[in-house]
Design a protein around this ligand. Structure first.
Ligand code: 4AD
Ligand code: MG
Length: 467
């Protein structure tokens, strides 16, 4: 069997008919009649299956017994023009080898029509479905597009630590990392835990963002980006939050607010355009099966200019809408953090295109954002997307040492773990800016999937760390 080299299904489907070919993969379906069997085989290289035709005069029907949905096989034969509809070529089987059976009684992926909830319960097998294999191929392509974009634009991939002692967002949503014996935790007279004998000699956590270290990179290499896992112990059970998600964080020296917004817009459009150009088959499948408006929405984002909207103007638009009878669940007065219903109203109903919202009230944003002259607002630049809400959080950074220190003190941020960050402002401080794109939020947009748990292979959410 293995004298021939294996051909991937994606290549077999575009190969010239008339040659001997060997394919290997998993059986999607098997059907047929008394004299002939048809096997639809998929090897993950493409959403498309290759059809294997088995003539029972050449291969005994009996020997196909174990070849049921989910089984793994190798098939060798002549590649011929297909007689049937829906495929250009098929294989006339000469030899079939069964690698692994999948008992029809117990294999959980019988044919079609499973709910997303059901599939989450079998996340170890769901990559074998059409939907998830399409999503995962697109996920790979998006990661590749991101590295390509930054590489082509002169950014350096900068690896920031996963384990850290500082809370970048200051929101206190960190997972602790410790080797202490939790069954025998000693506390001092104030009820505090002494971390001096812990692994790192201090309290440590999983990072919520690589930004602070990213700023160190930018103020040395000029322009860097991170692309790694980040962790948030926020108890948000929503279709848009994960406890472990991947974030892309570029950080650039000498960049101002206008340039930052240009970068955010150019970068997201590049990724979406990449998907349209490189993932056409998978997008077409998702457009048919998951979201009929998907491809049109992707094209429209690539072709429209994003709105640039100061927060204060956004609040005015929302209050005007309320006056005209629009009902929101949460209030939206100046100073409030916008909730996703507000963001989606602005993006989907009012402007009908992506919005970059800027100049937020100081109190609702992180300590590192550059304070405007009005002293009330900061130079944040979040990108809000249809269906998703916030896809990017970004800002110009406060580069003035005194102003930054003041913000750290006002917010009671523990100083002892911040000295190294403050050194960027003490030695050769420079204007700089950056943003964070939630990779899975981008994936939601590009695939049309409804739940963030379905665009990452193994989601981590409250009460769920299976697989
Ligand atoms: O707005 P965030 O919290 O910003 C930061 O972390 C900055 N330090 C980034 C920077 O400027 N370098 O998070 C950035 C993005 C959000 O816009 C969202 O897309 C995503 O990360 N995000 C999440 N994605 C999935 N699950 C969660 N729990 C997320 N929290 C944030
Ligand atoms: Mg944010």
């Amino acid at each position: 069997m293995d004298s021939l080299k294996r051909t991937k299904v994606i290549d077999a489907l575009s190969a010239k008919a008339g040659q001997k070919i060997l394919v290997k993969g998993w059986v999607r379906t098997r059907r047929g009649n008394k004299s002939v069997g048809f096997i639809a085989l998929n090897d993950g290289s493409t959403i498309k299956n290759i059809q294997i035709v088995v003539d029972f005069e050449k291969i005994a029907e009996d020997s196909l017994k174990g070849i049921t949905t989910g089984a793994c096989i190798a098939a060798e034969g002549l590649l011929v023009e297909s007689q049937g509809q829906g495929q250009s070529v098929e294989i006339q089987a000469e030899k079939i080898e069964l690698y692994g059976t999948a008992d029809p009684e117990t294999y959980p992926l019988q044919k079609k029509g499973h709910t997303m909830e059901y599939l989450r319960g079998i996340a170890h097998l769901r990559p074998r479905t059409n939907t998830f294999s399409a999503v995962l191929r697109i996920r790979h392509n998006m990661a590749y597009a991101i590295h390509t974009y930054f590489h082509e634009h002169g950014y350096f991939y900068f690896h920031t630590p996963i384990i850290t002692a500082s809370d970048c967002e200051g929101a206190g949503q960190m997972f602790q990392v410790t080797t202490k014996n939790l069954y025998d935790l000693k506390k001092d007279e104030n009820g505090s835990i002494d971390y001096r004998d812990d692994f790192f000699g201090k309290q440590a956590s999983l990072t919520v963002s690589g930004q602070l270290e990213g700023e160190l990179g930018a103020t040395a290499l000029g322009a860097i980006y991170t692309f790694g896992p980040t962790f948030r112990a926020e108890n948000s059970n929503t279709p848009r939050h994960l406890a472990e998600f991947w974030m892309i964080e570029p950080e650039i020296a000498f960049m101002d607010k206008a340039e930052l917004m240009d970068l955010e817009e150019d970068f997201v459009k590049y990724c979406v355009r990449w998907a349209l150009e490189h993932c056409a088959d998978d997008l077409e499948f998702l457009n048919n099966m998951i979201d009929k408006g998907l491809i049109e929405r992707l094209k429209s984002v690539v072709n429209t200019e994003f709105v640039r909207l100061p927060y204060t103007e956004g609040i005015n638009i929302l209050q005007e809408a309320i006056k005209n009878g629009k009902k929101f669940e949460f209030p939206c007065n100046w100073g409030d953090d916008l909730s996703s219903e507000h963001e989606r109203y602005l993006v989907e109903e009012h402007f009908k295109r992506p919005v970059i919202m800027t100049d937020y009230p100081r109190e609702i944003k992180a300590f590192y954002m550059k304070i405007n002259e009005d002293k009330k607002t900061v130079q944040g630049t979040d990108v809000l997307f249809p269906q998703i809400g916030e896809i990017i959080g970004g800002s110009v950074r406060e580069e003035n040492y005194e102003k930054l220190m003041n913000e750290i003190e006002v917010r009671n941020i523990p100083m002892k773990d911040m000295w190294w960050y403050l050194d960027t402002r003490r030695f050769g401080s420079c204007p700089h800016a950056g943003f964070g794109l939630g990779f899975e939020r981008l994936m939601l947009f590009v695939t049309g999937m409804q739940n963030i748990r379905d665009v990452i292979p193994f989601p981590r959410t409250p009460n769920n760390a299976e697989f």
